[in-house]
Design a protein around this ligand. Structure first.
Ligand SMILES: *[C@@H]1O[C@H](CO)[C@@H](O)[C@H](O)[C@H]1NC(C)=O
Ligand SMILES: *[C@@H]1O[C@H](CO)[C@@H](O)[C@H](O)[C@H]1NC(C)=O
Ligand SMILES: *[C@@H]1O[C@H](CO)[C@@H](O)[C@H](O)[C@H]1NC(C)=O
Length: 537
């Protein structure tokens, strides 16, 4: 008996050892704090699973798990402040048009990102693959238009998986995901889920899809240059175009069957939407817990995200917001950086530099989320079933807000033209009309209903790729095909050529036959005529 249980225990230990303790390198060198939140949550989950996570970032991560070895790569202050002021500049133009806004901000951001390549030249990064003590089993690359990071995985000769903070319509083509423009809305086209598009929408969608492909093409041209500049003609590295072909799979921050759009995905597309949301919320800081539990009329969370610092907002707008919020019966937690300089003091407002947004949104007494409509915040609110008032600022935010409004989870207002009356009305409407809370609560149920939770999927697929030292066997063959072969253009050309040749031959043959026939039936006539003529004469 004792022997059996010892044997069992040994087996369990061995099983655990097999799944645990891999060395994983997280390359998260993007300048976007909201992307870093998602990437760091993946690192945290893998560390909690017992893996030895080494994480490289440029920005200071929001929080660090104790089992994560963190490497902070120093970044040129100029680049950081350029990026921050670029973000700020964008609040001053009206960005209510989703598609225009996306392109404008992507363009501006991509300029700042051309400097991002410098990170790869840092000794700290080179050390990762040049230092003999570093042994990694997998690279998890956080994507933000910086595919040249993949070179590190090639240098280490280990499999690589990628984390993208968008749905598969964004980078899926790298995996050979089908490009279905007639019924899959491009990234920022808000279309009622389950509806098919009319001709106008489809034309727009085609334009939008082509536009985003063109945009990626330009980015990749730039990145090719950056890559050549960093790695020169290093013979151990593939060409930039071939870097992507080694990606085992991509984790997308989406969940198509609840959020839409419904689309076909290749097996290497793994959707882990909501990965940054904890399945069980952590306890709140004492003051927040107390504040929220004494909220008989409910509570509001106001957060305009990490990219927009309050000095990018006009003091006028802030004052108007304060005037409205301070008169509400609800409690308000306001994410505010400068605690020395608050918009005003009121019993019902708690300012906090740091807000555990996910945990606050999970609180049962929270009844409204006023947000800049970043994908992360919206995802958290949807997960916890909380209605929203969106004040989008730039980038994908206006589009995120549009989709949220269409889904019936709340309202959208412009931060630039914010007025006290309309702001108050918006808040009242979302709080008092139950349709918003009901819609988002039922979505929450659908969103959480999965065969494997986002967390489980991440762990499963990361360990899967490590078990097989890469996942080339699940890769779509399209990845290695030329454009012509992938679209069967050569086959169509052969078929078309054959048809044309057949037509030509047929015409030739018939032409010949006709001429022959005419000749043979014509000659006797001539003869007869001659005979006739002869007879007459
Ligand atoms: C974890 O990974 C780092 C980086 O490769 C390495 O230096 C360290 O020794 C590893 N720790 C363990 C316990 O394997
Ligand atoms: C919510 O607020 C009510 C009324 O203030 C309070 O009794 C309750 O404890 C709060 N709920 C939670 C979970 O804190
Ligand atoms: C990528 O390269 C690694 C190491 O050379 C290899 O193990 C893996 O199978 C490759 N993955 C794909 C998808 O080709």
């Amino acid at each position: 008996m004792a022997g059996i249980s010892r044997c069992l225990a040994l087996h369990i230990v061995l099983l655990l050892a097999g799944a645990h303790g891999a060395n994983i390198l997280g390359l998260f060198t993007s300048l976007s704090p909201s992307h870093l939140v998602i990437q760091m949550s993946m690192a945290r989950i893998l560390a909690e699973q017992g893996h030895n996570m080494t994480v490289v970032t440029v920005l200071k991560p929001p929080s660090l798990h104790k089992n994560i070895n963190h490497i902070l790569v120093p970044m040129n202050e100029d680049t950081l402040s350029t990026f921050s002021s670029l973000v700020g500049g964008m609040t001053k133009t009206d960005n209510s048009n989703a598609i225009v806004s996306m392109f404008r901000s992507l363009k501006v951001i991509s300029e700042a990102f051309s400097k991002m390549g410098d990170v790869m030249k840092q000794p700290l990064i080179r050390d990762l693959y040049e230092h003999a003590d570093n042994k990694f089993d997998l690279v998890l690359m956080g994507y933000f238009m910086n595919s040249y990071q993949l070179a590190v995985a090639h240098k280490l000769k280990v499999p690589v998986v990628v984390a993208v903070s968008n749905p598969p319509s964004f980078l899926g083509y790298v995996l050979g995901n089908p490009w279905e423009v007639s019924y899959v809305p491009a990234m920022n086209m808000a279309i009622e889920s389950g509806q098919s598009m009319g001709i106008g929408h489809r034309a727009l969608n085609l334009l939008g899809s082509l536009g985003s492909r063109l945009f990626m093409y330009v980015i990749e041209l730039k990145n090719t240059k950056i890559y050549r500049e960093i790695y020169g003609n290093d013979p151990t590295l593939p060409s930039y175009e071939d870097l992507n072909k080694n990606i085992s799979l991509i984790f997308f921050a989406s969940h198509g069957i609840s959020e839409g759009p419904i689309r076909p995905n290749v097996p290497a597309v793994i959707e882990v939407g909501g990965i940054q949301v904890k399945e069980q919320p952590d306890a709140l800081p004492e003051n927040m817990e107390k504040f929220l539990s004494e909220a008989p009329q409910g509570a509001i969370l106001l957060s305009l995200g990490s990219n927009v610092k309050q000095d990018h907002l006009s003091t006028d707008t802030v004052q108007k917001m304060y005037n409205v919020l301070s008169k509400l019966q609800q409690k308000v937690i306001w994410k505010w950086d400068d605690l020395e300089n608050v918009p005003g003091r009121s019993e019902n407002i708690l300012y906090s530099k740091w807000v555990p947004q996910d945990d606050v949104l999970a609180h049962p007494n929270l009844t409204l989320f006023i947000t800049h409509a970043g994908k992360g915040g919206i995802t958290e609110a949807q997960y916890h079933g909380k209605p929203m008032l969106a004040l989008p600022v730039f980038g994908d935010q206006p589009a995120n807000a549009d989709v949220m409004v269409r889904q019936g989870f709340g309202l959208k207002q412009s931060l630039l033209t914010l007025e006290e009356d309309s702001f108050l009305q918006g808040i009242r409407e979302v709080l008092e009309n139950p349709k918003y809370a009901n819609a988002v609560k039922s979505f929450s149920t659908l969103y959480r209903d999965r065969p494997m939770s986002a967390r489980e999927s991440l762990i499963y697929w990361v360990e899967y790729v490590m078990r097989y030292h890469g996942a080339a066997h699940i890769q779509s063959p399209v990845v290695h095909m030329s454009y012509i072969a992938a679209h069967n253009l050569d086959v169509y050309a052969v078929i078309l050529g054959t048809i044309v040749a057949l037509c030509f031959i047929t015409k030739l043959v018939f032409g010949l036959v006709f001429r022959k026939l005419r000749q043979s039936s014509g000659k006797p006539k001539v003869n007869q005529q001659r005979k006739l003529k002869k007879k007459q004469s």
